[in-house]
Design a protein around this ligand. Structure first.
Ligand SMILES: *Cc1c(COP(=O)(O)O)cnc(C)c1O
Length: 406
């Protein structure tokens, strides 16, 4: 059983030319891997048995193209990786990781070496910053943080040792939309590699490699899995960056279980319809919040008040269900009164599942290159697949509790 070019049914390059909704249905479903079953089965393996020493040697000569050893995956993981590549026009291959953070780390380690400098967006996911501090810095790799809205001005920050530019758009917690094409063009002109954490949009709403990015990172834990029950990450790379990405992932022993890959593939098939519902619900709730007197600002890329909103309109095919709002004054206790009594919003980390979540956020101590100033405490919401009218009723009661506790 092979995963190489001979299995023409799933030919990737032609797959990337179909429209995204069709790709979500067909991607990764090679007959050689499924034997005709609709969903690629869960293939669990460590040892793979060969018929002879000659067969073992032949497999060792091409370990990425055939069943070889469990750590290199089975058709279940191959199908997920192949599907994610098919969804990313310009992608040459995808590596899977046991979490989104592991994917961020694997991507960075594949492009950086001691002595290099990394340019990191100031609105990055906090554990991404932590990786720079706790792993890259002791390795002799320095990190310089930049304003998410810097655009082509990034050129002035590129020095002789700068090797890579990391983007996240929209940013975690604060949702600044970056000028990805301008940043990537400036980086490319100076020979830098570009990496983007594309978890908020997924390739359906923002095809990252087509916009100039070299390595596109997803916390599949969020919208790909979509059901809040599995941790997984992926990095899809263009042809120039994929061989080194794969080499480093294999050397680090990165591996995901076939059960988790199966759940991610199952989630992927409905990601398009789920995202449309998350977008509609999110816009309904965000627009309502924008009109409430207790709300000072709504940070939703599709609303005009969000930094980079025009770039979102120019570059994105839609919005997902995650955004934040800032209260007009009020204490932490008043914000807590708002959140604690919510009936339809869970209180917890992560997002991207079918259920709604509310989280108190304070971006101030996380920033270093820019300053986060706001009129009051802030709340991040993930809008799930519930009826938005119920969510709005719930938030209206929450704002009443906030007024009382203020
Ligand atoms: C959640 C998240 C991650 C990390 O994903 P995990 O699977 O939780 O490790 C990375 N980037 C962004 C933007 C995220 O929201």
């Amino acid at each position: 059983m092979g995963r190489g070019r001979d299995d023409a049914e799933g030919d990737r390059m032609s797959g990337q030319e179909e429209r995204p909704a069709t790709r979500l249905v067909t991607a990764g479903r090679r007959k050689a891997w499924t034997q005709g079953i609709v969903n690629p089965p869960v293939w669990r393996a460590s040892t793979v048995l060969f018929d002879s020493v000659a067969d073992l040697r032949a497999a060792s000569a091409a370990p990425d193209d055939n069943l070889y050893y469990g750590r290199r995956g089975t058709p279940t993981q191959w199908a997920l990786a192949d599907a994610l590549t098919t969804l990313e026009p310009g992608g040459a291959g995808t590596m899977l990781y046991p979490s989104g953070v592991a994917a961020v780390a694997g991507a960075m380690l594949s492009v950086l070496s001691p002595g290099d400098e990394l340019l990191m967006v100031d609105s990055a996911y906090e554990p991404t910053r932590a990786f720079c501090r706790t792993v890259l810095k002791p390795m002799g790799i320095t990190t310089r943080f930049y304003d998410p809205l810097i655009g082509a001005g990034i050129a002035e920050l590129i020095g002789p040792n700068t090797r890579a530019l990391f983007l996240e758009s929209p940013g975690s917690l604060t949702f600044e939309v970056q000028d990805v094409p301008a940043l990537c063009a400036a980086a490319k002109a100076r020979g830098l590699v570009t990496l983007l954490d594309n978890t908020w949009a997924t390739p359906l709403l923002f095809p990252a490699i087509a916009h100039g990015v070299d390595l596109s990172i997803l916390a599949c834990t969020k919208y790909v899995v979509g059901h809040s029950d599995t941790m997984l990450g992926s990095v899809t790379a263009n042809a120039a960056c994929f061989p080194r990405l794969r080499q480093v992932a294999q050397s680090l022993g990165q591996y995901v279980s076939p059960d988790d890959a199966f759940l991610a593939l199952r989630g992927l098939r409905t990601m398009g319809v789920r995202l449309r519902q998350h977008e509609a619900g999110g816009l309904a709730v965000a627009s309502w919040l924008a009109e409430q007197p207790e709300v000072a600002a709504v940070l939703h890329p599709a609303l005009p008040g969000c930094p980079g909103h025009d770039l979102w309109r120019r570059d994105f095919a839609g919005a997902s269900g995650l955004f934040a709002f800032v209260l007009d004054g009020g204490s932490d206790a008043a914000r807590t009164a708002l959140i604690d009594g919510l009936r339809h919003f869970g209180i917890g980390f992560s997002w991207g599942g079918y259920e709604s979540l509310a989280l108190p956020i304070d971006p101030t101590p996380i920033r270093s290159a820019t300053r986060w100033t706001a009129a009051g405490p802030a709340v991040r919401l993930h809008i799930g697949l519930e009826d938005p009218a119920d969510l709005i009723d719930d938030l209206a009661e929450g704002l009443a509790r906030f007024r009382k506790a203020r």
